[in-house]
Design a protein around this ligand. Sequence first.
Ligand code: SAH
Ligand code: SF4
Ligand code: F3S
Length: 503
Amino acid sequence: MLKQKINTEKPDYKSIKPVFDSSKKRVYIETYGCQMNVNDSELVLSILQDNDYSFTKNMDEADLILVNTCSIRENAEQRIWGRLDVFRIAKNRKKSLKIGVIGCMAERLKEELMEREKIVDLVVGPDAYRSLPDLLRNVEAGQKDVNVLLSREETYADISPVRMDENGVSAFVSIMRGCNNVCAYCVVPYTRGAERSRNPETVLNEVQTLVDNGYREITLLGQNVDSYYWEDEKNPDKDINFARLLEMVALVDPQMRIRFATSHPKDISNGVLYTMVMYENICNCIHLPVQSGSTRILDLMNRKYTREHYLERIAKIREIIPDCSITTDIIAGFCTETEDDHKQTLSLMSEVGYDFAYMFKYSERPNTRAARHLKDDVDDEIKTKRLNEIIKLQNQLSLESNKRDIGKIFNVLIDGFSKRSNEYFSGRTSQNKTVVFPKENYSTGNFANVLIISCTSATLIGEIVEEKRHETITELKNIIDETIHLVENKIKSTIKSKIKKDK
Ligand code: SAH
Ligand code: SF4
Ligand code: F3S
């Protein structure tokens, strides 16, 4: 086992759960968009709680409503405009209510939000949350205020997020912000600015705090985690890349499950894959967005890899981590996409056999590379048709993947009740698949060994099996794995010596 020193002089971590205090002004926060936004809302709450605000889950009792927004596709923004209509009604009822728009749409549409929406008092971009207390003082004094400055340094490294999740089991930890890739369709580099990595010591401290507070699973977040890089000025030969950070995080507590998102096909290294197999608490699941199966489209998207490179990375994952699940993102109908390009996406999906996918219709975003240089020329009807074909195929692939799990036993982290019944728990496997099973005498936050007995395309259905049986099966599996390994090595060395002889 590698040893590491974790800084025990923690910053002054206060409560990591929201504080409800009716004597203070109350803030209600609604969050849209990605996991980064969920984590940002937790940072914002932390900043506000330190400045005499208290949290409320009830919009009607709020003095301040914050909506943390997303701009990734047009419909994401439409949804927010719709919510602002609802907040207008709330403000008409309670004149003292203040309304703030934060996050990616605040960054992108600052003036428009202020001008078009008279009810908005405050607009704050993702790198300006530290200024919230000052801005709120101005708002309280009757002014409107905006801060959407992007930063090259801000990582909020010293701020301990206040966790708003319900179950106390899973948490997000941001390891970097921004993005330096310029995928032609994507608005993120414009709303979140340049990429910067967070001091690893503060990441480890945050993970330790989560361990101390009973959390059992963390997800390390970044738009492209594989490009995480921290230079240690005092030890220039001790720079930390993502593989190393992952290892350091895995070592904080072997009982803490570790996940990460998002990996980029051009950057995911073998080092990361080897680290994943070395530590059992790093989950066997990789989210590797492909976007398209056509090299021509990938080139137009400026993704900087080919179909062949992507498939090579998949082959490597399968070789190093055979039971790793692979999930992806796909965009249907990007500029100039032909029927043949689309067929290539479908064939790549089948070749990889994704366990799960997020699938979208291309939505042109103002000022992106694609909006400036390419024509959004695939008819909406065709986009819809292609997206439906992609979804249909993925449903089949997910079902096949789930069927392959029937008869297997998985270690499942219980994260709550099943949606249908309080007699059933819901949890997730290392591969991030949802499993539903009768609860017996377990609790949320426990690990359970669950035998899979049936499935749908979205869910595995199982029952808890006894520890003994699981141990025997795991032992048997280890013996079989070892034997296969020995035989493989024997075959490899025989082939090698044969090649040498032939030469
Ligand atoms: N940083 C991550 C994810 C970014 S956004 C990555 O690089 O993969 C999440 C997903 O939204 C993207 O992977 C992409 O599939 C989708 N997306 C981004 N911009 C889009 C657009 N303009 N239209 C449709 N889908 C988009
Ligand atoms: Fe957007 Fe590409 Fe950056 Fe992901 S890697 S956030 S898709 S620009
Ligand atoms: Fe996330 Fe949406 Fe911004 S996906 S980074 S909240 S544009």
